[in-house]
Design a binder for this molecule. Structure first.
Ligand code: ATP
Ligand code: MG
Length: 359
């Protein structure tokens, strides 16, 4: 039976363009391996370059154009001279919010062939998932600046935690820990000793949703201690759930302990599947290496694997991940960030060869 998927393809700026091309090549290789998989792409040139020509990151009906696709595959947006808040509020945040991608999912898994930046025991078991609340929390635009230029100069910003928003992210996290977790363990980040309204609220709902998943062992850990444990005992985690800001910080830390920006993938998931989810590498446009053909496409290729998983193509996602790890392990086609000499496309070609070899 043929399975058709339509993907909104947004390469964006800088190395986003280079790495996303490799992800697409890998998806094409999977389609030739499995004749039933048919992927159609619609390409969008929305980017900072588009912004410089048009004054907006995407057209007014941009979200409508994306709505009907099965997934959104995004490279990176960013360009020197264009402020980050323009690309963020002009493209990424509207997509995440409008399409209710309230789960930001980032695997923290040490791939075979990657030399761990941390030394220590048990790193072969380093494989967990961080879920960041992606729609509310500390990232609200509620607040303001007062008495500027006086002795009383001050700024205030509010955080918003709603029952609806907190319950849905926690339920997703508990359900994941219960169904897929190797250790059936959930760690929730908090700071209820210092932040005494929103964090106790968050903790209360952690306990409440935990009662729906009694098989999951739960710990509620202060964010400061949790950050330290990411470094001292990362192999002890299974599913970690955190608010928008805490999750933002933890996920970058997670990316660092499994080998850095060239490796780390992320998914913005709408679990109900009533809107498309979006898959993007953690790294940005990296203007310093853009156009040089040396960006590591591992993160982008892993993102394509996460996309296949989300679409229910579990076997092909597994073939992709196995092929990717074989190339990393063999080490002959590594990009310079991993100590190799290969170009972005040589790495991508090698992954495709491994995939086609499984036919
Ligand atoms: P942006 O403004 O779009 O976020 P940035 O300058 O912050 O871009 P990042 O992409 O966040 O750049 O990455 C920081 C640095 O890490 C880059 O300048 C680059 O040297 C390195 N880097 C990031 N991604 C990769 C990759 N895929 N392969 C190799 N090096 C990378
Ligand atoms: Mg950056």
């Amino acid at each position: 039976m043929t399975r058709h998927y339509s993907i909104a393809f947004i390469p964006g700026d800088g190395i986003g363009v280079d790495v996303l091309g490799e992800g697409r090549k890998v998806l094409d290789a999977l389609s030739s391996l499995d004749g039933g998989l048919k992927i159609g792409y619609q390409e969008f040139d929305w980017s900072c370059e588009y912004y410089m020509n048009n004054g907006v990151m995407m057209p007014e009906n941009g979200l409508d154009q994306l709505k009907g696709h099965d997934s959104i595959y995004l490279g990176a947006v960013g360009y020197p001279g264009v402020p980050d808040h323009v690309s963020l509020w002009g493209l990424l945040l509207p997509i995440r919010r409008q399409f209710q991608q309230y789960i930001n999912l980032r695997p923290v898994k040490l791939l075979r062939g990657i030399k761990p930046p941390l030394a220590g025991k048990g790193l072969e078991d380093l494989d967990f998932i961080v879920i960041r609340e992606n729609n509310e929390g500390e990232y609200s635009s509620i607040g303001g600046r007062m008495y500027e230029g006086t002795e009383m100069d001050m700024a205030i910003q509010s955080a918003v935690f709603t029952r609806h928003g907190v319950e849905r992210v926690l339920r997703y996290a508990f359900s994941l820990a219960s169904s897929k977790g190797k250790r059936k363990k959930l760690t929730a980040a908090t700071k209820s000793n210092g932040i005494n309204h929103t964090m106790p609220f968050w903790d209360e709902y952690v306990r409440k949703i935990n009662s729906e998943y009694p098989d999951v062992a739960t710990e509620i850990t202060h964010i400061d201690a949790l950050a330290a444990f990411f470094v001292t005992k990362p192999e002890s985690f299974d599913v970690v759930v955190a608010s928008n800001l805490f999750g933002d910080i933890l996920t970058d830390l997670g990316a660092a302990i499994v080998g850095g920006l060239g490796i780390a993938p992320s998914a913005n998931i709408n679990p109900e599947k009533n809107f498309p989810s979006m898959f993007e590498p953690v790294h940005g446009s990296a203007p310093d290496i853009a156009g040089k053909g040396i960006a590591n496409p591992t993160a982008a290729i892993w993102c394509a694997g996460m996309m296949l998983d989300h679409l229910g193509e579990y076997e092909l996602a597994a073939v992709l991940m196995e092929s990717l790890q074989q190339v990393l392990e063999e080490g002959a086609a590594l990009t310079p960030d991993l100590g190799g000499k290969a170009s972005t496309w040589e790495f991508g070609d090698e992954v495709c060869r491994k995939i086609l070899g499984k036919g």
